[in-house]
Design a protein. Sequence first.
Length: 301
Amino acid sequence: MLKLDKVGKTYRIGAFGGQELRAVHDVSFQVNPGEVVSLIGESGSGKSTIGKMVLRLLPPSAGAITLDGTPEADYYRHVQGVFQDPFSSYNPIFKADRVFEMVRQGFGLPSQDWREKVEAALRSVRLDPGAVLGKYPHQLSGGQLQRMLIARALLLELKVLVADEIISMLDASTRIDVLNLLGELRERGLGILFITHDLSLGNYVSDRTVVLYKGRMVETGRTDRVFGDPRHPYTRRLLASVPQLHRKWSEEEEQPEPEAECLFHAPGEGWVEPDHFVGCAFGGEQDECPRAAEAVVIPLR
Ligand SMILES: Nc1ncnc2c1ncn2[C@@H]1O[C@H](COP(=O)(O)OP(=O)(O)OP(=O)(O)O)[C@@H](O)[C@H]1O
């Protein structure tokens, strides 16, 4: 089980790193084996920063990230990531399957039976080894390249896959294939952290959802509860802003603003039901909240 416990990240910014930007505050959640957890939030809400900390590409400034008490050296074999742009993960002048050889060398894995293992991993992501091995990146589609990256991660005794906006650059028909592939990997016991700004994707793919606002968790719980009965006003706003098929944009614009809800302070903060948490987007720090003085909090139920 991957566990984040009160994780925070502060970046040093400005000339000579003289200023601080708190990108992630006090984030705690877990990803169990065979579970997809989606991390949802607007641009800049800290999703990728959390993904990078989980992948140990960035050190947390506070809190801890652990995987079953795994020793540090083994962590990288068990927790791997796939990112938005599959093309940038390949060197265009080398054949695409060089990524497999690089991972073998990088982790000092034996060359014996390697080809068979690679072919088995490719088949498990529903790729025909004969159709992709020996090809250059430009000869393969974005969906095939993305699947190869997932196959590469599978060769490393993967326990948790961090999928950061992995389908946003794929076309509609390939997207659903990759999403269904994630579903199959989940069935096989993989834990998946699915990072997206797209609420409908998060709803489609995940068992549990974490909603972020400016680096803070404002709501988390079972996806059917968070989407079916959102308690934080921010989550409600997000859900209301998803375009709906039967409505035109002009009609959307005519919708009145919801009244008298402070966007940030949710009534009944805390555990509103088992496995459904609602928190203040400012961590209860009143002086940070621009609307604290004017906030009128109404009961949501
Ligand atoms: N290396 C960095 N140095 C300084 N600030 C950073 C760095 N990386 C991200 N940030 C800042 O941290 C905040 C969170 O960024 P992050 O990329 O994690 O958000 P995100 O939710 O993934 O956004 P997006 O969906 O646009 O990728 C932003 O304000 C961003 O500008």
